[in-house]
Design a binder for this molecule. Sequence first.
Ligand SMILES: Nc1ncnc2c1ncn2[C@@H]1O[C@H](COP(=O)(O)OP(=O)(O)OP(=O)(O)O)[C@@H](O)[C@H]1O
Ligand SMILES: [Mg+2]
Length: 383
Amino acid sequence: MKRQTGTYEISTVAGEEVRAFLPTALPPSNPPLDLDALDTPLRESSGKLRELELAGHMVPSVDWFVYAFVRKEAVLSSQIEGTESTFMDLLESEATGKATNDRDLEEVCCYLDAIHFAWAEMDSPSGLPVSMRLLSETHQRLLSSVRGKDKQPGEVRRSQNWLGGTRPGTAAFVPAPPHRLQALLTEFEQAIHTESDLHPLIRAGLLHVQFETLHPYLDGNGRLGRLLIALLLKHWGLMSRPLLYLSLFLKTHQREYYERLGAVRTDGDWEGWLAFFLRGVAETAGDAAGTAQVLNSIVIDCRAKAHAHPNATVLGLRLFELLPEHPIVGVRLASELLACSRPAATKALGSLEAAGILAPYENAERGRTLSFEPYLAPLRDGK
Ligand SMILES: Nc1ncnc2c1ncn2[C@@H]1O[C@H](COP(=O)(O)OP(=O)(O)OP(=O)(O)O)[C@@H](O)[C@H]1O
Ligand SMILES: [Mg+2]
């Protein structure tokens, strides 16, 4: 089925024809979405998302999972862009607190900062709602790294961009020209805030594509568009904590992801994209709920071990409760966290090591560094 999802503005640049795509306002019409075809994937994905939401409420300290999930997302989403930092690189740099010269890691840290910022705004009653203003302020943080600084952080583009190819005339896809962008972004915001009968998951899927099709910034559109999905689910009350991110799924199926984005524009195939997107939500939410439960039982097990061990100390047990948010820890950090002397921190670390909870961290540059291995093991997969 062919459906027209936009029109082309044709111009001539240096003697070459350039066809820039102007998407039609959401929701799709002519014909409207075939919701029957999406019924099963929608039921499955919303069911899994509810499971994840419940898992988030059942575990006693959801912050621990949020800590891990947000960091995993920052790493994975940046890997799609081509950075090579790993989850462990990020944790290690946070544990040592050193300024980094590693450009890849710097980008990951900016993405982490951007996620925190956007989520905190949405959480605060006086914060920004999901809007272009929120996205631009988030973009500013996302591109504040050395590499991003010359890509107009925080600003909607003022020049023509293109995807694939060396110039607009030969590109695979040319987004809207800058003089059309403002009006299209206003329509984009209206599509978020206008009442709709469509399920929020469907709406989030539509809006992600519309955002990528508009490509409002010079860089960072992929990372911001993926974060947008989580922000929309929060906005519509489907996710109260930032636990669902599709980057691993989209990275694993990157070719299909790009093809399906293209097919919405060229063939009007919204249903094909939505079925793919909903499958991603179902798989990701299912996995995340599973990981949350696994991490929860690991923490419960380890806590029991920490308390039962003959060397248990009060400081050691206090340190244990801080480990999920500081899974790599040395004497300096432990003494800061516990506000105690270095010898006392060393003793606390030693008691948790004796209980089999902390293990020497092999990558440590200098001094003694330990890691909460049982908790990190399930988080390392997938990168
Ligand atoms: N054919 C296409 N049509 C529309 N959007 C596309 C198409 N192919 C890719 N994209 C989107 O463009 C994004 C890349 O844009 P950009 O470089 O601005 O974002 P990024 O965050 O820097 O990169 P990345 O997404 O690779 O991490 C892709 O992630 C994808 O979402
Ligand atoms: Mg890029």
